[in-house]
Design a protein around this ligand. Structure first.
Ligand code: APR
Length: 305
């Protein structure tokens, strides 16, 4: 498999995938020496960490030929005070150049976009790919749900392993954390905390990424994003059929059409195997549709509406 972008998210994802023995990884980047150096460093850890797969680095897509999965993390990260949407113009140009080369080298791959603004970049990647939408998806909902799970665990004192949290919609300020559909040992969060506390958990989740950006001062979050995309890649490569909140093309589900955004999707070797529709309340559906509308607005800037 290939990871494009050997920066913080890409290199961390490559290391997680190799140490978990999911796949051999080729790291690709425009920066000369960067993917090669990081790959060599990871290979030096092999006898200590005891993993079999290899990590190699290249500036040339020939090294990525016939990959099963291509993860795209190439881009400029969000800086303090910068919104995800301000990244749009710069990262659209990067995603365009990456897709042209990566699809040519691996036309049968499943492409997983991580570059922000995620929902728009995933739609753009799909349009540029010429591939069926099942083969192109994005990582947003897994990360947002992981952050929601963390805040629920903090509030309730429950073990993180007992929490099943769900965030749907845009990967940004318009995301839709769903306390009613998030559970602690099977019990809905709405049964366990007051409405005010649930609102605060939602608020912290929505600003979870910005909180990290503000603390780091340069760059944006990468451990949780890398772990999230690695879990999606593992589900795809092992054909696990795990249901993960993934940025997929909606074609009528939840009353939304022609928009890429995160909803629970069945992941397998073909990519997006199915998008079963969860029963939502009228209020939840309205929030999700409003979230979709914010994504669709950004399409105009890229002329992909
Ligand atoms: N082709 C390949 N790699 C590229 C290209 C390109 N056209 N343009 C930039 N890159 C590389 C950079 O050289 C850099 O190594 O992408 C890498 C990005 O790494 P970082 O700057 O460390 O950014 P990171 O924190 O990894 O975030 C990457 O993921 O979560 C999102 O918002 C984040 O869009 C950003 C992306």
């Amino acid at each position: 498999m290939t990871v494009v972008g050997a920066g913080n998210v890409g290199a961390t994802a490559a290391f997680i995938l190799a140490t978990r023995e999911v796949a051999n990884v080729v790291l690709v980047d425009v920066a000369e020496g960067l993917p090669q150096g990081k790959a060599l460093d990871m290979m030096h850890s092999r006898s200590v960490c005891k993993f079999g797969p290899t990590v190699s680095g290249s500036n040339d897509y020939a090294a990525t030929a016939d990959s099963d999965v291509v993860v795209i993390t190439a881009g400029v990260p969000r800086r303090p005070g910068m919104t995800r949407d301000e990244l749009l113009a710069i990262n659209a140009g990067i995603v365009r150049s990456v897709m042209e080369a990566a699809v040519c080298a691996s036309p049968d791959a499943v492409f997983v976009c991580v570059t922000n603004p995620l929902d728009v970049m995933t739609q753009l990647a799909w349009r540029l790919s010429g591939l069926p939408s099942q083969q192109v998806l994005g990582m947003g909902g897994v990360l947002d749900s992981a952050r929601f799970a963390y805040f629920i665990a903090q509030e309730t004192g429950a073990a993180i392993t007992e929490i099943d949290a769900l965030v749907m919609g845009a990967h940004g300020d318009a995301m839709v954390p769903l306390p009613r559909l998030s559970t602690v040992a099977g019990r809905p969060v709405t049964d366990l905390v007051s409405a005010d506390v649930a609102d605060e958990l939602v608020r912290r989740t929505v600003f979870g990424g910005a909180e990290v950006v503000a603390l780091l001062k340069t760059g944006s979050a990468y451990y949780a994003p890398a772990a999230s995309v690695a879990s999606m890649v593992e589900a795809i490569l092992t054909d696990s059929r795990a249901v993960m909140p993934s940025c997929v093309l909606l074609q009528g589900q939840y009353g939304v059409s022609d928009v890429y955004m995160s909803v629970p999707a069945v992941l397998g070797r073909a990519g997006v195997v199915a998008v079963p529709e969860l029963p939502l309340t009228a209020d939840e559906t309205a929030l999700l549709q409003a979230s979709a509308a914010t994504i669709a607005e950004a399409y105009a800037a890229l002329a992909i509406g």
